[in-house]
Ligand binder design. Structure first.
Ligand SMILES: *[C@@H]1O[C@H](CO)[C@@H](O)[C@H](O)[C@H]1NC(C)=O
Length: 358
């Protein structure tokens, strides 16, 4: 559609991920598997700005994307994840962030957003698409019984509002993270989720740059499951398309014609989890459907790979301060390194189990 932010643009490949993948492919001795692994470097993922220290990389990528756009005549699109809320990941431990609410977190977060805005406004020829704060608003829908989430509510809302309003000013197309079918897709959660997302959209001035919602970020659900995974029993919205088809009309009723993006980066293999809530380095996962705007759904702007496959979801080391016991469950691949760091054995499984094959 004319309103699809990807239309007319080529996605700029993250040099960081391309380097990780190239190094990983070199370590694989089987030449067939190694060349399949190397090909993953050409599949676009998102760059996670999960600390202030990563922001200069964004400036470098934007400059490269701008130069590439000028030299090739094909305009470039950079994909980022805004992910540095104070008291981040309030209901789990593996992805705790650098800012705390008790220690100037909201002001630090605003400074983080200001620095990102300052980079982006230097390159108006480069389009930027952003996923806004994975897990944050979904935690406010279902996890206010967790003390850290209840404490964070006001700060999360003010900080997300700051991100949305300031990134809109420099033309960033945004999708707020909306969990996944097994979280907000449960029938009892749909209305509260729709109410919260539309309220956040309204409070941010209903900017047309706030396109909609991102689902299944870093998760394993199929967009369209061949049949319901038994762990989804009791939820009619057993895959992402059912979830989106249930949520979109509720947003429309509130006046928001929101569209969606869906992460399918690690959704190639289904029925591999023991419980739907398991999220950490799930054993047997394979790379999934390639990013495309040919989504088959009026509600979905693009299938995307938000999570860079091969980077760990969390450590299985129980002595680590960021240890989350989810990462030691029987369906979690182990031993797993710290969240965000490279997990070579896991990457190799993603490659060999890719569906469609690489
Ligand atoms: C586990 O974490 C502890 C604490 O950070 C560290 O000292 C130890 O070396 C780690 N063990 C492994 C096997 O990485």
């Amino acid at each position: 559609s004319a309103n699809n932010p990807w239309t007319g643009f080529q996605i700029f490949l993250s040099p960081y991920y391309a380097n990780e993948v190239a190094a990983a492919a070199k370590q694989i001795t089987d030449p067939t598997l190694s060349s399949k692994a190397a090909s993953v470097a050409n599949i676009p993922t998102f760059t996670w700005l999960d600390s202030v220290a990563k922001i200069p990389d964004l400036g470098t990528y934007l400059a490269s994307a701008s130069a590439l756009g000028k030299s090739t005549g094909t305009k470039q699109l950079v994909q980022i994840v805004i992910y540095d809320l104070p008291d981040r990941n309030c209901a789990a431990k593996a992805s705790n962030g650098e800012f705390s609410i008790a220690n100037n977190g909201q002001a630090n977060y605003e400074n983080y957003i200001d620095q990102i805005v300052a980079q982006i406004q230097q390159f108006p020829d480069v389009r930027v698409v952003a996923v806004i704060e994975p897990d944050s608003l979904a935690n406010l829908v279902t996890n206010l019984n967790v003390q850290k989430c209840a404490n964070a509510k006001t700060t999360y809302l003010a900080s997300v509002n700051y991100a949305l309003t300031n990134l809109a000013k420099v033309g960033v197309y945004m999708y707020m993270d909306a969990g996944h079918a097994g979280w907000l897709g449960w029938p009892a959660n749909l209305s509260p989720a729709a109410q919260l997302f539309t309220q956040v959209w309204q409070n941010a001035g209903k900017s047309p740059f706030i396109k909609g919602l991102a689902t299944n970020v870093a998760n394993y659900n199929a967009l369209q499951a061949a049949s319901p995974d038994p762990i989804t029993q009791g939820n009619p919205n057993y895959d992402e398309i059912h979830y989106i088809n249930a949520l979109a009309p509720l947003l429309q009723q509130a006046g928001w014609d929101a569209t969606f993006i869906v992460d399918q980066g690690r959704s190639g293999v289904q029925n591999i989890r023991q419980q739907w809530g398991d999220w950490c380095n799930i054993k047997g996962a394979g790379f999934g459907t390639r990013p495309t705007t040919n989504t088959g759904s009026q509600f979905i702007d693009s299938i995307v790979w938000v999570k860079p496959g091969g980077e760990s979801d969390g450590t299985s080391n129980s002595s680590s301060p960021r240890y989350d016991s989810t990462c030691s469950l029987p369906d979690a691949a182990q031993p797993a390194p710290e969240a965000g760091t490279w997990f070579q054995a896991y990457f190799q499984t993603l490659v060999s189990a890719a569906n469609p094959p690489l």
